[in-house]
Each structure stands twice: as structure tokens, then as C-alpha cells.
Design a protein around this ligand. Sequence first.
Ligand code: IPE
Ligand code: IPE
Ligand code: MG
Length: 228
Amino acid sequence: MAAGGANAARHVAIIMDGNGRWAKKRALPRALGHKRGVEAVRTLVRSLEDTEIECLTLYAFSSENWKRPEDEVDDLMNLMRSFIKSDLPEFIENGVRLEIVGDWQALAPDIVEMLEDALHRTAGGKRTVAVALNYGSQQEIARAAQLAANEGPVTVDAIERHLHTVDLPPLDLLIRTSGEVRLSNFLLWQAAYAEMLFLDVLWPDFTPDHLKDALARFASRERRYGGR
Ligand code: IPE
Ligand code: IPE
Ligand code: MG
């Protein structure tokens, strides 16, 4: 168990960026970059038991990623299918509870069915891995505001009750790999007081040691929430 105590991050989210550049640097097809990206996810999820993280949220496919060429979108969807098939037993065995955030019901029917089954079979897990699929934060906030308005006054609490992340702990730390310094429509509301780290490493090269280093950096930060 990593040191951290009161300064341990409960909820960490990662914008897993840089698969394409990882492949390009090696003159490999982009699809291989995405494949190696999935391997980095697998290794990272296995390493969670050495941390105090209760929830890891991973940005896997944004609502804007549909703009990519059809063959790349197909590759990403096929990776999703094979990842669920290959890794679901391990999730169950290791007590990992799967959550999905985003408009995932709009994905291909066979993926929706696989995800429903995976959600059901991992429901008893103690540690959460939330995967953001067909996720866009602006869309999430607009939907939550509309649902809140249908019920009564549109307050901060009322909006939060309708966000996809309602069952997750408050976001502590947001990491983006690949050197880009932007949020790309990810957890805009939830990041209000999250600490942020923008790392130069490309996602397929991200290891559990990078996460441990990020957690140590998080633990040394002073969070103020507007106070003093
Ligand atoms: C992240 O890697 C994976 C997804 C967005 C699905 P990219 O494919 O965005 O890789 P770069 O940013 O082009 O290097
Ligand atoms: C954000 O990365 C989405 C995911 C990592 C899934 P993008 O590569 O899509 O973001 P932009 O286009 O560089 O902002
Ligand atoms: Mg990218």
C-alpha cells in the first residue's frame, strides 16, 4: 500500500493520449499504437491494488472521436470488444467493479450487450474502474441541467445528481499523457478542484511507476478549495 494517508488520491482520471504518435515514431500502423495502449491499461489496472485509489476513470473514446476515419473507429471498437472478452474474468477475480460513463448505450448493440453483462458481473467489486466511452463532458452537463430543470431548481447539487459520475468519489487528480495541455471535453465539471498533471509520456509507454510518481506529486500538493 502506497504512503499517502490523508493526502492519498481516491479518484484519479486519465486522458490516455498519444497512441497515434507512439506508432508514428516507430513507423508502425496506428492500430498497433491503440493495441499497445490497451496493454498499458491492463498493466495499470493490475497495479491498482498497490495503491489507495478507489476509482480510476479512463478516457477511452470521446464523443468527438467519431470524426476519425472509419477504419480507425472500427479498430477502436474491435479493441473494446476483445478487451472485455479477455479481461472480464480478471476484473471479476480481482474485485474490480466496472463503470461506464458517457453515452455508451448508443454504441453498437453487441458492445452494449457485452458492457451490460460486464457491469452486472462486476457489480460486487470493491475498486472501480470507470471507462469513458462515447463521452463528452459538455453533453453530460447539458443533459444533467435539463434533467435537473425538469425536476425543479437548477442547483449545483441537482446537476451533480444527474452526471454520469454520480456514484464515483470526487475527482482528486486528472492526468493527461502525450504532452498536450487541454481537457478535450473530459470531466469539465468534475475537474473544478481536481489537481492536474500533464505528462510528456505517450500513453503506450505509461507504466505503474508513472502512476506512483503522479500520486506522490499529488500528495505533496496543498488543496485549498478557495479557502486559505
Ligand atoms: C489516444 O491516442 C486514443 C484515442 C483518442 C482513442 P490518439 O489516437 O489520440 O493518439 P495521438 O494523439 O494521435 O498521438
Ligand atoms: C482525447 O484525446 C480523447 C481520448 C483520449 C479518448 P484526443 O486525441 O481525441 O484529443 P484532441 O483531439 O487531441 O483534443
Ligand atoms: Mg490524441
